[in-house]
Ligand binder design. Structure first.
Ligand SMILES: [Zn+2]
Length: 234
């Protein structure tokens, strides 16, 4: 089990990776992680800072009602995305919300994700859609709506707004959101080109889904991106 300090360190690196991968939108977007020794609490990035400005000092500790129980920084008003998902998904330890360009554009089409790429295969039949509002998710009811749209899935699209991705680990969540963005980008290129050929069979897609979503795959790829940002790369 990771210590609180180890979790916070990983959140700091995750924020830097997200910015390097173009997942930033001013100071918007937030990541949280459930405390392994107290599932009723979670760590969360603070308001008014970029994803790449997370520090050991400004990470907040928050309960499942959205109340700050430790930390002095300002809390994101959209905390309810996180708290309401943590309430209904005991398998989820990390929640991430960002405004990635292609994912947001794709969400505006209302089309289902297709297995036109490995990322597309990973999210095919594993992606919800939240269509209640384009507005900020600022109360319990709206948070519950997002959690409902997520259902048992890996992610949900907030239509015309952004993505909410969940995972059992920070590594899984970060790699998933990057793969979702790539999947949306590729699908939109394919559909813009027109006349897309058929997808591979559901059985074939299912095998790939399994192969690319093993925990060790997420760790290997997260660690690579971590090394890259730490040496000042993209
Ligand atoms: Zn947002």
């Amino acid at each position: 089990m990771s210590t609180h300090d180890e979790i916070k360190q990983k959140m700091i690196i995750a924020g830097k990776i997200l910015v390097a991968e173009g997942q930033d939108d001013f100071t918007r977007g937030h990541i949280s992680f459930r405390l392994p020794d107290n599932p009723g609490l979670f760590f969360m990035k603070a308001h008014s800072i970029g994803l790449d400005e997370i520090t050991m000092e400004n990470i907040l500790t928050i309960d499942l009602e959205g109340n700050v129980v430790a930390g002095n920084a300002k809390r994101h008003s959209e905390v309810y995305i996180h708290s309401e998902i943590f309430k209904v998904r005991p398998d989820v330890h990390c929640v991430l919300h960002t405004h990635p360009t292609y994912s947001t554009a794709f969400s505006a089409t209302g089309r289902p994700i297709r297995a036109y790429s490995q990322g597309g295969a990973m999210f095919k039949n594993d992606l919800g859609t939240y269509t209640d509002t384009i507005n900020l998710i600022r109360d319990h009811d709206m948070g519950r709506g997002v959690a409902k749209s997520l259902g048992p899935h890996r992610a949900t699209m907030l239509k015309n707004h952004g993505a909410v991705v969940v995972g059992a680990s920070i590594e899984e969540t970060i790699i998933s959101v990057i793969m979702l963005e790539e999947a949306c980008k590729i699908q939109m290129i394919v559909e813009a080109a027109g006349d897309p050929a058929g997808e591979f069979s559901p059985e074939d897609v299912k095998v790939l889904q399994h192969n690319i979503s093993r925990p060790e795959q997420f760790i290997v790829n997260f660690d690579y991106l971590a090394r890259r940002v730490m040496r000042g790369g993209k």
